[in-house]
Ligand binder design. Sequence first.
Ligand code: SF4
Length: 308
Amino acid sequence: MNVGAQWILRTSEDPLLPEKAPQAPAHKAAQTPAAEAAARTRPHAALRPAVRTGAETRPQATPRAPQAAARPSLKPVPGAAAAPAAAPLRPAAGSQAAQAPRAVPDAALVAEVRTAPWERIASIVNRCRACMMADTRQHTVCADGAPGCPMVLIGEAPGRDEDLQGIPFVGKSGALLNKILEACGLQRGRDVAIVNVLKCRPPRNRDPRPDEAAACAAFLDRQLELLAPNVIVLMGRQATLRMLNRTERLDALRGKIWKLSIAGREVPVVVTYHPSSLLRNPVDKEKGWHDFLFARDILQHGAGAAAG
Ligand code: SF4
């Protein structure tokens, strides 16, 4: 991969960042005085034993980002751990999700996937009926990309288009994601692999329940082991909750380098918005683009250099 050679200077005609886009930040933007005041924080405990989390922080790559000024520096960030939790991620009482039977991991499939090669994971997932989504899915949606892609994006769950095609991030949100990646000189399938926390579409795109995410976790864990990424981008609140066990607003989690321990290796992690959220809130597109630039800088220069 030669991501650096494909860096694209932004212009006012850029389709992703039209009139509001600032000039492209130089790689050294993180070395501004503000960036040198990068904060570092220790992790929360992991949700899942196979993938543990940690966190390093840095200020926003762009001085226009409001978080930059608010970052504490060079010490643990008690505010991050003590931040008020987001609204509980539980389905409303009486809802279809609340009434669904509790998801229970399929022990046989979990054991099988733990040693499965990449090529077999999809067929194992196809046999999974551990949660109610097996009854409503059209297709399971396993991954786009394969080991060798140095960047891995993790989303929440398939939506309608993904369920119909069996491919993650297609439709409008996929098109926006592709634009962002192209603007960063990154290519799906070559530089970037995409996976979801859940492999089947939740009815009406509702939030996954914790037991459903847990029932599906072994598949994602094995995917990450085999992908062995150099940087991970968590897209959206649900992916961030599942992987980092953080419930703060995404704005409070962006612009930092978090860490996941995957197969004994610390992998830098960046948090950003889900592309569907960017479609609903175009004002956030610029911040989302900067998040991917940040991740690309980590890929090119390493977490230490990207953090300034
Ligand atoms: S969402 Fe995951 S746990 Fe539920 S049926 Fe699909 S593969 Fe199995």
